[in-house]
Every structure is written in structure tokens, then in C-alpha cells.
Write a protein that binds this ligand. Structure first.
Ligand code: GLU
Length: 465
């Protein structure tokens, strides 16, 4: 069996958006599932529209997603000599010819084909002229059909009478896109081409080039577009953002991969897959042939699931990084790692993203004097009646040698018993005192995450408000 080699071949004319990332992921999964190779090629031949920034962003995004590639990255722009060499071989073998037809000539030829009841096709008069300059065209077959078994769409066949004698090299000497893709895929040993179905019309043309060169034709698969909830092309508003924008919003890369995989691939009705599981289960047989609809709410849900499962130590690091981005390295370094570490497990069940977690983390890591209070909650719960109670609770916690869940429970139980009050009389005032607001994880676990010193300091500061 020959080794499976797949690839991702983005044009660096913009950032890697999630549609492209999904194509990359499928292609990566295809290779990894088969123990094959996954190659990366940057199709930077359009010098005007390609940018270094976009190239860097694509590479960074792939890294972040964990889509590692084998071998060196191939930059298409460095391969023009090789592309021209192949074109020259095609001319020499009679599979391509120079053509000097103007655009008007081509249009007239198409018109004529139509009048003769043929497909609107250009199969130039220059074919037999033996010219030695001009654009170079492929001498495409006039009859028969070019078909292939698409890994996603099933058998696709196009009559050759519909395929123009396509240009391989423009008269300015530059090779065309279809030619470059074929030569590069061949030279990189690509056996499986998985790409967006905006390329489906290129495929029969590319197959003709493979055949003219006598090369093995790879397998092709074309994945349908991702649509917005309005069933139209996915717009920015509906989530067509770059991969790194999701990173900035605090999504975890494995959640992004999981969600993207499910947009077009399925394994029963399972929703959550680790990367290893996807590698184990992936097969192009389970790629859907109808466009999938992007659902931001579901994406958030998937991310929340991964937040819950993530290693707390990793989230601690991520929260620290996000804080540093926000307030700068120096200010972030002042926040004790231990304070973040203590709070993270409490926030995991409720944080939708790292950004959300950092937001919920703030009261845990604030200096006593910097704790932000919800004014309405302060008015309502830190009153002349509750403040003395808080004062006393602080004193009792301080007097208790242990500081753990059991001792805190005991201190509070005794306290309310002696006072003859319900726990809820003090619960919200304590919460507002230590967190500045009325929502927080469980009271005792919150106190434990804060530590004895912070808990006491906050209770006492609340009394003095
Ligand atoms: N560079 C092309 C694109 O970004 C992809 C070509 C291919 O996958 O064959 O659309």
C-alpha cells in the first residue's frame, strides 16, 4: 500500500478563517488516521494579494490548532522554474501549444462552438500552427469525458467537450494556478487532495494535466461550504472569523477542532471527541455532502465542555497569559499564581471561555482595597444589621485553628444556631463582602480559595464600608 499524503494549500491573501481551518483539519485527520503525511503549501503566487502577515497568521493558527505538518513548508512562489519546466515538457510532448489568440478570438471561437451546437468551448485555431511564442494552452481532448470518484461527492464526470484548452502559462511567462497546483501536488507526493468545493470545477481540468504528464492522479474530495444560520454564505457577524480571533476570545484549540470537525463530519451522534479519538475514527466516508450550518451557541457549549475537562494547571497558565495581555506583564506578575490556581477549579464548571474565566477570576485575585463592589448588592446586603454579624463571623473564623471546609461549616453552623437565625440571613452579606457581588461559587469553597487572610480582610473591609 502506498503511503497516504494529504496537504493543505492556503493562499496567504487573508487570515486563516474557520472555513479554511476546517479544510486543514479534515486533511490533517485524513493523513493522521492513515499514519500518512500531512504537508503544508503556501500558495503565494499572487504577489499582489499575498502578504507575509497572512502567511505568519496561517502558520501560527495551524500551530495553535495542533495541526502539525510533515516536512518543510513549500512556498509555491519559489517553484516557478519547475512549473515552467513541466509546461515545456508538455509542449515538447505535443500536449500543449503556443497560442496567440486575442480575447476577441477566444470569444468568437466560443460563440462558434455554441452555434455548432457544441459546448461554449475554446479549442484554439493555434493548435496546429506550430507557433513558438504566446500563451501556452493545454491541448485538451475533444471528446470523451473526465471523471473521478470524489471522496465526498461521489462520482463526478465532465464531458471533455466542456473543457477549454486552458492556459498553462500566460503570455507574460507566469504559470497559471491549475498548472502550479498539479505540479506541486505531484512533486510533493500528494495522494489525497481534500479541499473546499469552490474548487470542484478545477478538478477535471487538473486531471487532464496529470494525464497529459502521465502522472498518477490523486484522489480528490471536495467539502461543502459552511453556511450561516440564514443559510447564506457564513458572514463575519455569524462567526466567519479568523482562527486567531477565536483564540483571543478564549476558545481552547481542541474545542475549535472538535466543533469544526462536527461541521461536516460525524460519528453517530457523538458530539465531543478528543483529537486522538478523531484521528482514530476519522474517515472520509463520514464526510457529509450537504453544507453545514455554523451555530455559535453550540460552539460556545462545546468550548464550555472543554473548559470543564481541561487540566486546571493549564487553565491557570492561560488565565495568567490573558491577564498579562490585558494589564501588561509587570502588573500580571504581581498576581499570585497560587490565587489563580486556587480559583480555577471553582470556575471551571461555569466558565464558557478563558476570557470568561478571567472575568470571573477578578474578585478572587483582587487586592483587598481593589475589590470591585456591586453597589446595589452593597446597599442591600451590607447593612447596619448585617455588619455586626460579619464582624463576629470574622472573629470566629480567626479564632478557629483550622481553616478547611469542615471547620468553616462548623463555625457557621454554630454561629447561626447561637444567633437563632437562618443561614440565608448571612449568606448573601458574606458573599457580597468577600466577592463584591451576589453570585459566586459555593461560599466555603470560595473562602478556601481566597485563603484565611484574604477572607478575614475582606469581611472586615466590608464592615467598614
Ligand atoms: N490555494 C487554494 C485556496 O486557498 C487551494 C488550492 C487547493 O487546495 O487545491 O483556495
Amino acid at each position: 500500500m502506498t503511503k497516504i499524503v494529504s496537504r493543505f494549500a492556503p493562499s496567504p491573501t487573508g487570515f486563516l478563517h474557520i472555513g479554511g481551518a476546517r479544510t486543514a483539519l479534515f486533511s490533517w485527520l485524513l493523513a493522521r488516521a492513515a499514519g500518512g503525511e500531512f504537508r503544508l503549501r503556501i500558495e503565494d503566487t499572487d504577489r499582489e494579494r499575498s502578504t507575509q502577515e497572512a502567511t505568519d497568521a496561517i502558520i501560527d493558527s495551524m500551530k495553535w490548532l495542533g495541526l502539525d505538518h510533515d516536512g518543510e513548508i513549500v512556498f509555491q512562489s519559489t517553484r516557478a522554474d519547475r512549473h515552467n519546466e513541466v509546461i515545456d515538457q508538455l509542449i515538447a510532448s505535443g500536449h500543449a501549444y503556443y497560442c496567440q489568440c486575442s480575447k476577441e478570438d477566444v470569444d468568437a471561437m466560443r460563440e462558434q462552438a455554441m452555434q455548432q451546437g457544441r459546448k461554449p468551448k475554446y479549442d484554439g485555431t493555434c493548435r496546429e500552427k506550430g507557433l513558438t511564442s504566446g500563451a501556452v494552452r493545454l491541448k485538451a481532448p475533444l471528446d470523451g469525458a473526465t471523471g473521478y470518484e470524489d471522496m465526498v461527492k461521489g462520482f463526478i464526470s465532465v464531458e471533455n467537450a466542456e473543457l477549454d484548452d486552458m492556459i498553462l502559462r500566460r503570455s507574460d511567462g507566469t504559470p497559471t494556478y491549475n498548472l502550479a497546483v498539479v505540479v506541486d501536488d505531484h512533486d510533493m507526493g500528494v495522494t489525497h487532495v481534500l479541499r473546499g468545493d469552490d474548487h470542484v470545477n478545477n478538478t477535471p481540468r487538473q486531471i487532464l494535466i496529470y494525464k497529459a504528464m502521465g502522472w498518477d492522479v490523486p484522489r480528490f474530495g471536495h467539502v461543502p461550504m459552511i453556511l450561516g444560520p440564514d443559510k447564506k454564505k457564513l458572514s463575519k457577524r455569524h462567526g466567519a472569523l479568523s482562527v486567531m480571533e477565536y483564540e483571543k476570545m478564549g476558545y481552547l484549540p481542541e474545542a475549535v477542532c472538535n466543533y469544526l470537525a462536527r461541521l461536516g463530519w460525524s460519528h453517530g451522534d457523538q458530539e465531543l471527541f478528543t483529537m486522538d479519538e478523531m484521528v482514530r475514527l476519522f474517515s472520509t466516508d463520514n464526510l457529509g455532502n450537504s453544507p453545514s450550518v455554523f451555530d455559535l451557541t453550540k460552539f460556545e457549549w462545546v468550548n464550555g465542555q472543554y473548559m470543564q475537562q481541561a487540566d486546571p494547571e493549564r487553565l491557570t497558565g492561560l488565565c495568567a497569559d490573558f491577564l498579562a495581555r490585558e494589564v501588561g506583564e509587570e502588573a500580571a506578575a504581581k498576581v499570585a499564581r497560587s490565587a489563580i490556581r486556587a480559583a480555577v477549579p471553582l470556575l471551571q464548571p461555569r466558565a464558557k471561555s478563558v476570557v470568561d474565566m478571567v472575568e470571573q477570576l477578578r474578585p478572587f485575585i483582587a487586592e483587598v482595597d481593589d475589590l470591585a463592589y456591586d453597589e446595589a448588592a452593597v446597599q442591600k446586603f451590607l447593612t447596619a444589621e448585617t455588619k455586626p454579624l460579619l464582624e463576629e463571623i470574622a472573629a470566629r473564623i480567626e479564632a478557629e485553628p483550622a481553616f478547611d471546609e469542615a471547620s468553616l461549616e462548623e463555625v457557621h453552623r454554630k454561629f447561626i444556631e447561637e444567633k437563632g437565625i437562618k443561614f440565608k440571613v448571612v449568606a448573601q452579606p458574606i458573599r457580597v463582602a468577600i466577592m463584591g457581588k451576589t453570585q459566586s461559587p459555593g461560599l466555603f469553597e470560595t473562602m478556601l480559595a481566597l485563603g484565611r487572610e484574604q477572607t478575614l480582610a475582606r469581611l472586615r473591609r466590608a464592615v467598614s464600608l
